[in-house]
Unconditional design. Structure first.
Length: 412
């Protein structure tokens, strides 16, 4: 279907005296339809590009390795088709390297970053190559990348000293996918007194929406924040601030709708304590309307004591209550309808975070220490029973070979 659409656009340009590829490119950039091969997927934005659904196959990076889950067959594993490979050395196609900040399938190729280098390969890991070096350094934090309609967008926070004072800065830079040697173009630069600047990038057709949360004074409780919402026109390359406020609210996630942007906000009763706490937090949704240009807040809801991490996913809330028992972290969870009716609950080992949802349920990963244990799904119809889709390798790479984490420093 995509090839047919492109053909008719090209035919229209030729018949109307257009100038070829430049005009065709602008047509695609301005399209108000979702372009499957060229647009950032809106369903999994909470994963911040650590998860991608390519037709019926899920791709995700865990512990520096690329994994897949085939929704049709139920099979899963590391993405490597080499028959002779045991998938336990850094020569395996599935090993992506250290400091992997994201993956994305774009126009039939797999892209990922390791440090500040953008790589690409075939979907089976073959024909790997360095695509280009991006902006940043070892002193950058929260490194993320997104590929959308012919450009790579990179966001990160720089930490430095200027005239004896700490200077932190959020930067978003854009690179051309066609010209690998072209320098990056700055989309947004926003300084702040602290390195804990929050940034959420959400793409919708020919626009990039950027929500920034900048702490103003960490010595105050609750912490005051400067909140800003920007829109960037990817064709005209123009940035505009469309909403701002100074409030003490924090945010959990940002999602796109056909009519605007939805935000899930929370307010703490004291410090940001997420485990072993009986604090009762308030949460509520707000929506920025594309039509009116206004921000509308829903009514606040007081969570049950200890449920301090809440997400809004496909018309459902899911909340977690985390505790440390000995050396292990454990989390209770509850799934709610939009009116806060409890639909189901359960328990898991480790620290969970939501990456999105599919037609069968809520998708999440679980962190165990510095590693991730796998990809899981909480079904819509039986939310008390969690399904395992991918079981991650919990071992660590040492001198190019996987070894158990327990053996590090033991001399084994």
């Amino acid at each position: 279907m995509r090839k047919v659409t492109v053909f008719f656009i090209f035919l229209f340009i030729v018949m109307n005296g257009g100038c070829g590829s430049e005009a065709l490119s602008k047509n695609l950039l301005r399209s108000q339809s979702f372009l499957e091969e060229y647009d950032v997927q809106p369903e999994y934005v909470m994963s911040e590009n650590t998860f991608y659904n390519d037709h019926s196959v899920y791709y995700t990076c865990m512990n520096d390795w690329l994994y897949y889950y085939d929704t049709k067959t139920g099979s899963s594993g590391k993405v490597c088709g080499k028959a002779e490979c045991n998938h336990d050395t850094d020569s395996c196609n599935a090993y992506l390297g250290e400091l992997v900040s994201g993956i994305q399938v774009y126009d039939g190729k797999l892209y990922w970053t390791s440090g500040i280098v953008l790589y690409r390969s075939d979907l089976n890991g073959e024909n790997r190559e360095t695509y280009r070096v991006l902006e940043g350094s070892d002193a950058t934090m929260n490194y993320r990348f997104y590929i959308h309609r012919g450009s790579v967008y990179v966001s990160f926070i720089t930490i430095g000293i200027e005239e004896g004072d700490t200077r932190n800065e959020l930067r978003i830079t854009r690179y051309s996918m066609e010209d690998r040697d072209a320098p990056g173009e700055r989309v947004l630069t926003q300084p702040g007194p602290y390195s804990t600047i929050g940034c959420w990038c959400r793409f919708y057709r020919d626009k990039l929406y950027i929500r920034v949360r900048n702490p103003l004074d960490l010595t105050e409780s609750p912490t005051p924040y400067q909140h800003d919402l920007y829109v960037y026109d990817i064709v005209d390359k123009e940035l505009q601030n469309i909403w701002s406020a100074q409030v003490s609210n924090s945010m959990r996630n940002v999602t796109m709708t056909e009519s605007g942007l939805e935000f899930l906000n929370y307010r703490t009763t004291g410090d940001h304590i997420f485990v072993n706490t009986e604090d009762q937090w308030s949460v509520w949704r707000s929506e920025y309307s594309f039509e009116t240009g206004k921000m509308k807040n829903e009514e606040e809801h007081a969570m049950e004591p200890g449920y301090t991490v809440v997400y809004w996913v496909e018309g459902h809330y899911i909340a977690f209550r985390s505790t440390w028992i000995g050396e292990a972290e454990r989390a209770s969870y509850r799934v709610y309808a939009e009116d806060w009716t409890v639909l189901g609950e359960g328990e898991i080992e480790g620290g969970p975070y939501i990456i999105g949802a599919d037609e069968k349920g809520i998708l999440l990963k679980i962190g165990v220490g510095m590693a991730e244990s796998g990809l899981y799904r909480i079904p819509w119809d039986t939310p008390s029973v969690m399904e395992t889709l991918i079981q991650a390798d919990m071992r660590v790479m040492s001198d190019g070979v996987l070894i158990s984490r327990e053996s590090i420093g033991s001399g084994k």
